[in-house]
Design a protein around this ligand. Structure first.
Ligand code: TYC
Length: 106
């Protein structure tokens, strides 16, 4: 979306540039990391369970992580991203898999 003042020219004229910039909350990428031990089926299940993707999308993401080492699973507000990371890490730990999930500011 256009967030500069150019869209207000009709209202205020070219000289009036007084509107403060609107602050958008930062977004965070949630990423899954590859490891040698977590079963592929478990990762596919995790992606469907916590990220609401289809089985086909889940297989695709899992294979990207498996081949490239990391993939972005989704982009969320800080609070939602933190919840996803915690949910995945807790679930992996409870099932005794070393799966790692992290977040990073976009
Ligand atoms: N590399 C794992 C294996 O071969 C599968 C895997 C995929 C693990 C993605 C983690 O985030 C991951 N069993």
């Amino acid at each position: 979306m256009n967030n500069d003042d150019s869209d207000r020219e009709g209202d205020l004229g070219l000289a009036a540039k007084t509107r403060p910039k609107t602050q958008k909350p930062p977004l965070y990428k949630v990423m899954l990391l590859n490891d040698d031990y977590t079963p592929m089926e478990f990762v596919v299940h995790v992606l469907q369970r916590f990220f609401g993707v289809t089985h086909a999308q889940s297989v695709e993401i899992m294979l990207t992580v498996h081949k490239k080492g990391v993939a972005v699973v989704g982009v969320f507000s800080r609070e939602i991203a933190e919840t996803k990371v915690t949910q995945v890490m807790d679930y992996a730990q409870r099932n005794q898999h070393p799966l790692q999930c992290t977040m990073e500011k976009e």
